[in-house]
Design a protein around this ligand. Structure first.
Ligand code: HEC
Length: 266
């Protein structure tokens, strides 16, 4: 009996140390108890070693004893395990859904608010247009407005297409290789063109494209003399394309960009 008490005491001391260490390492309470359990289990095993040996069994009796022992172990394990907290995937999913829900709600709300704001802005625009149309005396266009259909201003749509053609030509002719525009391109160091519309008329830009010697960008004397800007566009492009490209470039009047002043040469 004294032996049993000694082993129990050792088990408790070891268990206490384990719990202390586990606490210091911030293990959850369940784990601390688990470590204590292991220590006690170890003590129990050593106590069992001191127990008097069982009588030797044979035949059916020993088989029964084995099965009974097996069942006992199973019961202890299953019962023990069912006392511990269980992992339930549904439970975890529920928690995740809860966390996400508030965020999803917030973004949905944000989207609706944005849509409402945009609808309001559009409404204001329609009203402003109505007022302008009335002052212009184009009253017949108003019914279409009220039906929510903006009147198609044919001329501006056509201009839009023409401008698009101009931009396409810019890409197609690879002017961007030498000229920076809207912060893009210009690897071969031609002048930036963002303010060209402030210096040249559409016709003059046309002239520069068809005959690069016609104008010289200030500070690019060497390049102009060497004929860096290719003299091939009048052969490559249709007159309509040149007109579109020049018209499009003529809209660039960004005075914050340092486009060099063109000097008339011809
Ligand atoms: C291989 C390079 C190169 C290509 C490609 C090129 N250019 Fe130029 N361009 C220059 C150089 C260099 C200058 C400056 C010297 C001069 O004025 O000729 C210039 C000048 C200009 C100017 C006058 C700028 C100013 O501030 O005076 C315009 C406008 C212009 N280019 C338009 C175009 C258009 C439009 C295209 C495409 C159809 C084009 N360039 C293609 C090199 C190029």
């Amino acid at each position: 009996m004294g032996n049993v008490m000694k082993k129990l005491a050792i088990g408790l001391v070891v268990g206490g140390i384990l719990v202390g260490v586990a606490k210091a390492l911030e293990f959850p309470f369940v784990f601390q108890m688990l470590f204590l359990g292991f220590a006690m289990l170890g003590a129990a095993v050593f106590m069992l070693l001191d127990a008097p040996p069982l009588r030797t069994m044979s035949g059916g009796k020993s088989l029964c004893a084995l099965v009974a022992f097996y069942l006992l172990l199973c019961t202890v394990y299953i019962a023990g395990a069912s006392f511990l907290p269980q992992f339930d995937p549904e439970d975890e999913k529920g928690k995740i859904a809860k966390i996400l829900k508030s965020q999803i709600d917030a973004s949905e709300k944000g989207k609706t608010e944005e849509l409402i704001a945009r609808a309001k802005a559009l409404d204001e625009q329609v009203k402003a247009l109505e007022v302008r149309l009335k002052t212009l005396g184009v009253d017949q266009a108003v019914p279409a407005q009220q039906a929510g259909i903006p009147p198609a201003p044919t001329t501006s749509v056509a201009t839009g297409d023409f401008m698009k053609l101009g931009e396409e030509q810019w890409q197609l002719m690879e002017c961007y290789n030498c000229h920076k525009l809207r912060g893009e391109g210009g690897k071969k160091r031609g002048p930036e063109l963002d303010n060209i519309g402030s210096f040249l008329t559409v016709d003059e830009i046309k002239q520069k494209i068809t005959d690069p010697k016609s104008f010289m960008a200030e500070g690019f004397e060497k390049e102009w003399e060497k004929g860096r800007m290719p003299d091939k566009f009048k052969d490559l492009m249709e007159p309509k394309d040149i007109q579109a490209l020049a018209s499009w470039l003529g809209t660039f009047k960004n005075t914050s960009v340092n486009t060099p002043r063109p000097i008339k040469k011809k």
